[in-house]
Design a protein around this ligand. Structure first.
Ligand SMILES: NC(=O)c1ccc[n+]([C@@H]2O[C@H](COP(=O)([O-])OP(=O)(O)OC[C@H]3O[C@@H](n4cnc5c(N)ncnc54)[C@H](O)[C@@H]3O)[C@@H](O)[C@H]2O)c1
Length: 274
């Protein structure tokens, strides 16, 4: 049986870069909303020598869709890695849809894939440095950790986001970090690991869209110690490490890959000059 690596958001900027590395280890199953873009990604990967690639269209907010994706993964072999990159940024949708995709979608993906986890399986969920900007111990914590607990999660989170897509994004990404912490026990019971990774500003279609439409992004970039945005490959190499046996004692935690932006923004907000 082949080792299978599922990548949600598989035709996105990070998804593709991750597929390029992970595709050297086994079968890649790309999942995204648009069939044409998936086909195109498969061709691009073939041009780079990655040929063991399957794909399936999926909307991660639809549990039935995600169940079918998990079934397809199971039919291909042993689930070695689940890399969940699918998400929407603040300029892409309204606050409710952002919560639905980034928070509830993450809950659904993990819920449907946990049954496939076994010793050696690793799940990596892409959060964001924005998730580090919302206070972790806020009144929303219980709701964020349990996005499938009831059908009023979207309405409840809306009370905190107040219709602001940026706030919904930040809270949904804090949710990803909290869900991963919370689920480490369940995945650990199977000998599996689960980690979140929080990128800073990355040069992908999403990153470029946010940079061109949100002036706050320039402030973040200007205050980034490494003085540049990150490249998708710089996220992919960390994911590649996290799903490898080299990272065998890392679970239930978040890894910030942001060029130092979060640390420096905290310093500035505390009123300290550089
Ligand atoms: N680019 C950045 O600067 C940045 C920074 C921090 C975090 N992130 C996070 O990284 C992840 C990957 O982002 P990216 O930069 O590659 O963006 P991207 O827009 O290039 O890729 C995201 C992919 O997710 C897919 N997607 C969206 N909604 C979906 C749904 N309902 N079902 C299935 N697929 C869906 C999109 O079609 C797209 O291909 C996202 O979760 C994003 O929030 C990005």
């Amino acid at each position: 049986m082949s080792n299978v690596y599922v990548i949600t958001g598989g035709s996105g900027g990070m998804g593709k870069a991750i597929a390029e590395l992970v595709g050297k280890k086994g079968t890649v199953l790309l999942a995204d909303v648009n069939e044409e873009r998936l086909e195109q990604t498969k061709e691009e990967l073939a041009g780079k020598g990655i040929t063991d690639v399957e794909y399936q269209t999926v909307d991660i907010t639809d549990a039935e869709n995600v169940r079918k994706l998990a079934e397809k993964a199971k039919s291909l072999g042993t689930l070695k890695g689940l890399v969940h990159t699918a998400g929407l940024s603040p300029t892409m949708a309204d606050s409710k849809r952002i919560t639905q995709v980034n928070l509830v979608g993450t809950g659904i993906v993990l819920n449907e894939f946990l049954p496939l986890a076994e010793a050696g399986t690793v799940a990596v969920c892409i959060s964001s440095m924005s998730g580090h900007m919302a206070p972790k111990e806020g009144p929303y914590k219980t709701v964020l950790k349990n996005p499938l607990a009831d059908n009023v999660v979207i309405e409840t989170m809306e009370q905190f986001a107040q219709g602001n897509p940026g706030a919904a994004y930040s809270l949904s990404k804090l949710g990803v970090i909290l869900i991963v912490e919370d689920q480490a026990w369940a995945w650990g019971q199977k000998g599996a690991r689960i980690v979140s990774l929080s990128p800073g500003t990355i040069n992908t279609p999403m990153g470029r869209q946010e940079a061109s439409q949100q002036k706050e992004m320039k402030v973040l970039l200007d205050n980034t110690p490494l003085q540049r945005e990150g490249e998708p490959k710089e996220i992919a190499t960390v994911v590649d490490f996290l799903i490898s046996d080299q990272a065998s004692y890392i679970t239930g935690t978040d890894i910030l890959v942001d060029g130092g932006t979060t640390a420096n923004m905290r310093k500035i907000q505390a009123g300290q000059d550089n």
